[in-house]
Design a protein around this ligand. Structure first.
Ligand SMILES: [Fe+2]
Length: 467
């Protein structure tokens, strides 16, 4: 079964907007045909996986209008007027760990459909996906080498067996993306709104980077290679050959990226590619990220797949070490910036953000990960750094009791950088700190002012928050 076009934003150039459209088509079918402004663009074959061809069409649309392109004869409109008022959507956590592909499609995709309906009323111009674009946790099922991943995984395996595992995993990743990308709501948005995506753990497997030695086994290396190939193909319309052009780290170890639009930079550090139990980003990732902090636009949207600002989770984490039964949760907590294991790196990132704020940028961190909606503020020198958390678009919320625990913890406050306390705040117009409902976020620029609002599954839209 096919999917596409899924539009990926490449560049807002002076006169045109450069895009890449990614498609999957059965091997026997013709390549997709894309026409824009009377020009016929040729499709490039990126990969053949499990009887499907993955195609990319790189094309241009004129900037500043409601531009139209045809994909296999069907017209799609893309609003490329990025210079004035602007509307950006943010989503995360598109799936669930267990049984996601067997869920009722209408239930699973209810918030996608709502976002697509919104887009039908007022066009979105950019869609940011902040991690867990697919939940690939179950791709390891159904193959003898990876069936027991990660707890019961063989330490060694023959090259032939690993080659078989590779075939299995590539097919399973494609299946996950295909189901996500053909979902009602998603498909229309993907064809009309250019996307930018940064992965988190479930795009690979639960807790990737914090799993320890098993990641270095043949099975672990095969899994990360298949996940990385899938991330590049389906989330960036790219292959390894494109990595130096699209990402900040020339070595390609870290897949952090930056894209500039008029007045706003999207900065997305890769918090997975180089992660270990004792670090979030490696030397290559940090060097590339810090270099990319030069020459940013006045507004910076920092896509941090795990929330940059949050409560003192390290307290729970330390308590959890007292009991082995809590190990799964401990892994989840280890993934956070707030983990005691990452304190130094967390402070390094907070100082960088404060440095940008002091230099006159307005920085907004946007994150998913926790399947709840919440916001936080870091006291800046003259303006607060806002943290907006919106998650998930299809992952259902955890029990309300968990939201209450976090809310209680949030009252303790936290100030890893002296003089710059972090405060967790309720969403506009709401009482409890954490909102345990599925949700997405809309960011809007009107004149020089930016504002944001959450759309909650049951409670609907929050009032706008000026950021
Ligand atoms: Fe998630």
């Amino acid at each position: 079964m096919s999917f596409g076009p899924v539009l990926i934003l490449r560049e807002v150039a002076p006169r045109v907007v450069r895009l890449a459209a990614v498609y999957a088509r059965p091997e026997g079918e013709a390549a997709p045909r894309l026409v824009a402004e009377g020009r016929d663009y040729e499709a490039e074959l990126l990969a053949t996986i499990d009887g499907q061809r993955i195609w990319r069409v790189s094309f241009e649309l004129p900037r500043g209008i409601e531009a139209v392109y045809q994909s296999d004869g069907q017209a799609h409109v893309v609003d490329t007027a990025y210079d004035g008022d602007m509307r950006i959507g943010f989503v995360s956590c598109n799936g669930e760990e267990n049984g996601d592909i067997d869920r009722d499609r209408d239930e699973r995709n209810a918030m996608w459909k709502r976002l697509a309906d919104r887009h039908g009323e007022t066009r979105l111009q950019l869609l940011l996906h902040g991690g867990d674009q697919v939940y690939a946790d179950e791709v390891t099922h159904g193959h003898p080498l990876s069936e027991g991943w990660p707890d019961d995984s063989p330490e060694t395996a023959s090259d032939t067996d690993l080659a078989g595992l590779r075939v299995h995993l590539r097919a399973r990743f494609l299946e996950r993306y295909r189901i996500s990308y053909t979902a009602p709501g998603f498909a229309r948005l993907a064809a009309e709104v250019p996307s930018l995506m940064m992965w988190d753990d479930h795009d690979i497997c639960d807790g990737w980077g914090s799993l320890g030695a098993v990641e270095e086994t043949g099975v672990g290396r095969t899994l990360i290679a298949a996940a990385r190939e899938a991330f590049l193909l389906y989330q960036h319309a790219a292959t390894e050959a494109d990595v130096p052009d699209l990402f900040l780290d020339p070595t390609g170890r870290s897949l952090s990226f930056r894209r500039d639009l008029p007045g706003v930079s999207v900065l997305a550090p890769d918090l997975r590619g180089e992660r270990t139990r004792s670090r979030i980003m490696g030397d290559a990732g940090w060097a590339a990220f810090e270099a990319a902090c030069d020459g940013l636009e006045p507004r910076v949207l920092l896509v941090s797949s795990v929330p940059l600002l949050g409560p003192r989770l390290s307290l729970i984490e330390r308590a959890m070490r007292l009991t082995r039964r809590m190990e799964t949760y401990e892994d989840d907590l280890r993934d956070q910036w707030q983990s005691y294991a990452h304190r130094e790196e967390w402070c390094r990132m907070l100082r960088k953000v404060l440095e940008l704020e002091a230099a006159g940028h307005r920085v907004t961190a946007i994150s998913g990960e926790i399947h709840l909606a919440v916001r936080a503020e870091l006291k800046g020198h003259s303006a607060p750094v806002h943290q907006l958390v919106s998650s998930g678009i299809s992952h259902r919320a955890p029990p309300k009791a968990w939201a209450w625990v976090l809310g209680t913890l949030a009252r303790l406050g936290e100030a890893p950088i002296p003089e710059h306390p972090i405060r967790i705040r309720p969403l506009p117009g709401r009482g409890g700190v954490y909102a345990a409902q599925r949700n997405f976020l809309t960011l809007e620029r009107g004149g020089d002012e930016w504002r944001a609002r959450w759309t909650l599954e049951e409670a609907g839209d929050t009032p706008w928050l000026t950021i």
